[in-house]
Each structure stands twice: as structure tokens, then as C-alpha cells.
Design a protein around this ligand. Structure first.
Ligand SMILES: *Cc1c(COP(=O)(O)O)cnc(C)c1O
Length: 669
């Protein structure tokens, strides 16, 4: 088709606001910000026709990093506020911290996520695009993102606002369309934005619609509803943010005329989508509607389930909506529980790992029969480093096309006795690690020293400082078995005082450590994000994951690391419980009982850190037997573990995950 006709067709399908003034250079010549325009047209046409089983996916957050996936380009200069800033480093080599910062020199991740839930949603959308599913996703345009983390010795985490420039963020466009959600005493108006998530081969794209309350039609207070993700200073703001996602999403579906068969609620946050759809329907029709809703629960932590006071909901919702919510979501203590509500209005419910399913069965025995599980995964195109992608290309006769079929990673097992393959795996890993050491050059990291990383959202049950529980013991292991480098990164929710305490504890311990830098280096990196995660999961020797079982629903960062042959050191919880027999590292710590809901107040720091140190001692010893100052024993068991990790990636990826959603939950072939 000629480029002009194509553009005309695109503009008839997508009503871009300010096209002439702002976007006509970036959407022209058959391109959309540098990527092909045709896949967008196809995806849009499918969504407005009702031939397929179209899916709408709702999530409060999406983790998408334009810096290394969906590389959009723009003919307009990118605002400084959309570029990554200098990161401080806090280490026990204080001298370097004082003089230097680091910078990833990238465009900031689309700032609409906080952690694992968002990254999972982002990886899911990318996989939907790879699978060419007729899907559309809904989220919120957080005008000032989540927050930017600063770390200071003596103070801890300092959250900074994160203003970003929506208008110059490549790939993001405003639409002329507006929608309205009607509440008891007021209406909220929303602007729609669009962002397209492409398949890895750029042959398809899934639209992501982002809802934005920053409009003049709204009063001052309501204009700020979509400022910041997970604001929690009042019940009101939490409810309003959830109404915007669910009701706003369904209103947007209507406004854009998308024909949807299935609504997928990624967490209970989105449950008001059902409430909006159920308006005006008879009881029978409402029953029927439930078959078109699926709900994924993501946390066994009780506080992670939203509960709101009945009175507050009564004051916000119109009577019909309130009645539905009250009848289906009532919990103890005159509260409405969004998890119960979501389970009561969804025809399909799932947990995100086998272990999590067990916990959900205990938490919600009435729903036992209906709660299935689909273990989470990660998007291999996103998380496999270039060097490891090159290995599967080089050994293509054995692997086949890993791009289209990551399940074939299991074939790494067949290659485990092939010296050339063992050499290639070690070499790729060392090159990734060297690059990381160069990145932190000023801190004198050694590519031949044992390096372990703990990086994720800071939450009590994840026990961030477990490895620092007994510093003397850690120093002792390093002295006896060989030098250790520990890398930390992670943000605590600004209102999470306990999380905040952990960061302080870590900083205090690091600050108090003197004279050990030659054999124990501890580095904290500020402002953990997807771009930093991508580097860490492919550069360190060991990925440390030590949540208190059974609180980790799944966890995904270890899955990113195994794709890069990074050995695991973990407690047995979430996805790890399903990978225990694959010899991918060292498992330790408390194991929850069959009938246990968990006791978060007893974090078992002493007991589990004891086991951590003895496990670490084994790993460090084996590591230095394998890598003796750069002389490598390619027959080492360490390299077997690295190869087992790659093979294990055959299971813990989003292709396997989406296959299961398709067959078990969505009922599509
Ligand atoms: C993968 C990822 C997470 C999730 O890590 P878990 O170990 O699963 O908790 C959080 N934040 C970022 C930036 C990530 O990339």
C-alpha cells in the first residue's frame, strides 16, 4: 500500500490529537516512531471487528523499557527529564562514592510501574504481540511516575518526584477521545493516550491505552488523581485510582468501539471493570457476564489485598454500583475486599505459582475448586542478553529457533557435555560480567571475584538485609573461601516505613564496615529500574532470592537471571519450588508447612541467615575451584549448574505462561 493511503487509514482508525502540530514527522513514510505502521493498522482493524476472541487486559502498572525493547525514535529532541539521571552509589569503599556517580545513558523506562507486577504485565503484553493475539491493554498514565530513589548514608531512602515529559516520550501519543466515569456526586473525565507494544520481529503490535485525569474539565483535586502510582495517603485516592482503571478502561473500550470477548484483571485493582460492564443488566445477564472475566491474584500477603470501608464506597459510588460491590465483596469489619469481589465476579481465577495456589486454597477455601494456577514467566527476548542470544544462534542445529520457541532451551542439557558449548557459556558470562565491572570501574570490582546480587522491591517478607545479618560471619567466609562482591538495589514504597528501615539498616552496616574492601565489597545502586535490572540479571555469578516462604507468590527476577546462566541461591518459595530438582544452584532456609498461611512477624532472620552463610560458603568454594584468578576449569560442576539454568528457562518464560492462559483460562486454541 502506498504510504499516504496507509497514513490515512491509520488516522481514520486512531484519532491522534495535535497530529499536525506535533506528531506528523514521527508518524509518516509508513513508520510509527521508526517502527512499521502496518502492524498497528492490522491490530486496530481486528479489535473493531468481532471475528476473533478479542482480549482486554487491565493492569495498574506496566513495566516497559524503551531503552532496549520497542526502540522508538523521534525526530523531536527528547526532553532531559526523559533521560536517565546520574545514580549515586553507596559502598564500603566510601572514597569512590564521594567522587563518582554512574549513568546508564538511556531513556527512562516508561514511568508507569513500581516493580514485579508491572514488569510481568509488560512482559505479558510483549508476548501477546509475539503471539499476534487480538488484544488491547488498559492502564493509567501516571503523570509523575512512581518516584525516583535517592540514597543517602545516615538518612536512607529519599524519594524524589519524577516529572517526565509526556509529549516528547517516543511512541506515546494523545488521542482526541475523552471518556467519562459517572459516580454518585460527580463525573470524572479522562483523556486517552496510546502506546504500542511491538512483537520482537515487529510484525504485530498491541495497543496499550493509558487513562489520564489531568484535564481542565476536572476540578483541581481530581486532576491529580493520575499523578502518582500507588498513592496511599487516603482510602479515597486509592478507590479513585482503581475506579479510573476499571471503569475508565471499560468506558474507553466503548469509546474506541473495540469488540471484546474476554476481560482479564491483572490483580484486584481492576475489578471495577466488571462493575461498569454490569450496569443496567439483569441478574441473569450479570451471571453470563462473569464468564467473560478472568482474574489473576498476585500476592499471598494479606495486606496486599485491597480493603475499603463500606461507608466510603457508599459515598463515592452511585447506588446501583454500590449494591453490586457490597453484595459481592463484603468482608469482615464492614469492609469490601477487592480480592473477594474479583473472585465473585470472575469466571476464572488463578494464582501465579503452584505454591501460591496452595496458599490461596487455605485463604479462600470456599473458592478452592475454582482457583487454578499459571506460574509466571519472563519474556525471553527482553531478558536474555545479546551474548546469550548469540549462543543459541551459534548452536541453532541443536536448539532450533529459540526466538519463536523458548521451550527448546531444554536442549541445553544435550549440549552439557559439549566442550565448545561449555566454553561459550562461560565466555559469554565473563564478558557480561566484565562489562558490568567496567561500568563500576571506580569501585574496582574484579571480574574474577565471586559476585552475588540481591535486587528487587524492598518489602519485609523479601528480607533484603538477610545476607548482612551477621557481618562478621560474612567477612569470615570471604577471608577463608575467597573475595565476595555483593550488589544491592531496590526501592521501598515511600509510605512503607518498615521497608525504609531495611534500607537504613543496610546503609548503616555498609557505612560501619572498614578495612575489608579487599575481600568484601558491598555496593548499593540507587533507583532500581528495568534498565538496571537487565544489566544485573546477566552480569553477576549468583542471584540471591530469600523471601520468607510462603509469601512470595511467584517472583520473576531469578527467571531473568537463569536465561543468562546465572546460578540461583534461594529459599524455596514461589516459582523456585517448581525448579528445585533442576540443580540450578543452592536452596536454603525455612520451608513452609502444607497448611500454613505464614507468619510475617517472625522473619526467622537468625535461622535462615545461618543457612545462607553455610550455603554461601559452599558456593564460594566451588566458584574459586572453577575460576582461579582467570584460569577456568571447564569441567566444573559450576558450569553444569549454569547450563541447567539455561535449560530451566524452557519452563519459566511467558511463552509457556501464555500458552497456559490461552488453553486453561481464556479458552482459545
Ligand atoms: C523483575 C523485576 C522485579 C521483580 O523482582 P522479584 O525478584 O520477582 O521480586 C522488580 N523490579 C524490577 C525493576 C524488575 O525488573
Amino acid at each position: 500500500m502506498n504510504n499516504n493511503k496507509q497514513l490515512e487509514e491509520f488516522l481514520s482508525l486512531v484519532k491522534v490529537e495535535n497530529f499536525e502540530e506535533r506528531y506528523k514527522e514521527d508518524i509518516s513514510e509508513g513508520l510509527y516512531f521508526g517502527l512499521p505502521l502496518q502492524p498497528i493498522i492490522e491490530a486496530e482493524k481486528r479489535l473493531i471487528s468481532s471475528q476473533d476472541r478479542n482480549i482486554a487486559y487491565f493492569s495498574m502498572e506496566y513495566g516497559l523499557a524503551t531503552s532496549f525493547y520497542n526502540l522508538f525514535s523521534s525526530s523531536h529532541p527528547i526532553s532531559e527529564s526523559n533521560k536517565s539521571q546520574d545514580h549515586e552509589v553507596c559502598s564500603n569503599y566510601t572514597l569512590a562514592d564521594y567522587f563518582f556517580t554512574i549513568n546508564t545513558n538511556s531513556i527512562v523506562d516508561l514511568p508507569i510501574y513500581s516493580g514485579g507486577l508491572g514488569v510481568l504485565a509488560g512482559d505479558t503484553v510483549k508476548t501477546m504481540a509475539d503471539y499476534k493475539l487480538p488484544a488491547v491493554c488498559f492502564g493509567v498514565l501516571w503523570n509523575s511516575g512512581y518516584f525516583r530513589q535517592r540514597l543517602w548514608f545516615k538518612y536512607g531512602q529519599f524519594p524524589e518526584a519524577m516529572p517526565w515529559d509526556l509529549k516528547s516520550y517516543p511512541g506515546l501519543i494523545p488521542l482526541k477521545n475523552r471518556v467519562k466515569i459517572s459516580l454518585k456526586s460527580e463525573d470524572i473525565y479522562l483523556r486517552l493516550w496510546k502506546y504500542y507494544v511491538y512483537s520482537y520481529d515487529k510484525s504485530y503490535a498491541v495497543p496499550l491505552i493509558l487513562l489520564d485525569s489531568n484535564l481542565e474539565e476536572n476540578g483541581e483535586k481530581n486532576r491529580h488523581l493520575t499523578d502518582q502510582l500507588y498513592r496511599s495517603e487516603s482510602g479515597w485516592i486509592k478507590i479513585m485510582q482503581r475506579l479510573i482503571l476499571g471503569m475508565g478502561g471499560v468506558s474507553a473500550l466503548r469509546e474506541l468501539d473495540y469488540k471484546i470477548d474476554l476481560h482479564h484483571l491483572n490483580e484486584g485493582h481492576a475489578v471495577f471493570a466488571y462493575v461498569e460492564k454490569a450496569r443496567g443488566l439483569s441478574p441473569e445477564q450479570r451471571e453470563e457476564l462473569k464468564k467473560h472475566f478472568a482474574y489473576t491474584c498476585h500476592t499471598p500477603v494479606d495486606a496486599g489485598h485491597d480493603r475499603f470501608s463500606v461507608q466510603e464506597l457508599y459515598s463515592i459510588l452511585n447506588p446501583e454500583d454500590f449494591e453490586l460491590v457490597d453484595a459481592n465483596g463484603k468482608d469482615k469489619g464492614n469492609l469490601v475486599n477487592l480480592t473477594l469481589l474479583a473472585m465473585n465476579v470472575s469466571g476464572h481465577i488463578n494464582a501465579v505459582s503452584k505454591a501460591h495456589q496452595k496458599v490461596m486454597h487455605l485463604q479462600f477455601p470456599k473458592y478452592m475448586e475454582r482457583i487454578q494456577f499459571v506460574t509466571n514467566g519472563v519474556h525471553h527476548h527482553t531478558w536474555t542478553s545479546e551474548r546469550f542470544k548469540a549462543i543459541s544462534e551459534k548452536f541453532k542445529p541443536v536448539f532450533g529457533d529459540i526466538k519463536a520457541n523458548p521451550m527448546a532451551l531444554i536442549k541445553a542439557q544435550q549440549l552439557s557435555t559439549n566442550p565448545e558449548f561449555r566454553q561459550a557459556v562461560w565466555k559469554a558470562h565473563q564478558e557480561n560480567k566484565s562489562e558490568f565491572c567496567n561500568f563500576l570501574e571506580k569501585w574496582k570490582l574484579d571480574k574474577d571475584a565471586f559476585t552475588v546480587c540481591w535486587a528487587r522491591r524492598i518489602a519485609a517478607y523479601k528480607r533484603p538485609s538477610l545476607i548482612l545479618q551477621d557481618i562478621e560471619r560474612l567477612v569470615d567466609v570471604a577471608k577463608r573461601c575467597g573475595p565476595i562482591q555483593v550488589i544491592f538495589a531496590g526501592k521501598a514504597h515511600p509510605k512503607d516505613n518498615l521497608g525504609f528501615t531495611y534500607i537504613n539498616q543496610i546503609l548503616e552496616k555498609v557505612d560501619g564496615m572498614t578495612g575489608v574492601y579487599d575481600y568484601l565489597k558491598i555496593i548499593l545502586l540507587e533507583n532500581y529500574d528495568i534498565t538496571l535490572a537487565k544489566t544485573l540479571v546477566s552480569s553477576v555469578d549468583v542471584w540471591l532470592n530469600n523471601p520468607l516462604p510462603p509469601f512470595e507468590a511467584s517472583g520473576t527476577s531469578g527467571m531473568k537471571a537463569i536465561l543468562n546462566a546465572v546460578v540461583q541461591m534461594s529459599t524455596v518459595d514461589g516459582w523456585v519450588a517448581e525448579a528445585q530438582d533442576m540443580e540450578i544452584g543452592k536452596f536454603f532456609g525455612y520451608r513452609s508447612k502444607e497448611d500454613e498461611l505464614g507468619h510475617e512477624l517472625n522473619l526467622r532472620l537468625k535461622e535462615d541467615s545461618d543457612e545462607l552463610y553455610s550455603g554461601l560458603e559452599e558456593l564460594v568454594t566451588l566458584y574459586y575451584k572453577t575460576n582461579n584468578k582467570g584460569t577456568v576449569d571447564l569441567n566444573s560442576k559450576w558450569i553444569d549448574m549454569m547450563i541447567n539454568c539455561i535449560a530451566c528457562g524452557s519452563r519459566f518464560n511467558t511463552y509457556r505462561m501464555l500458552d497456559q492462559y490461552k488453553s486453561q483460562i481464556w479458552g482459545i486454541a
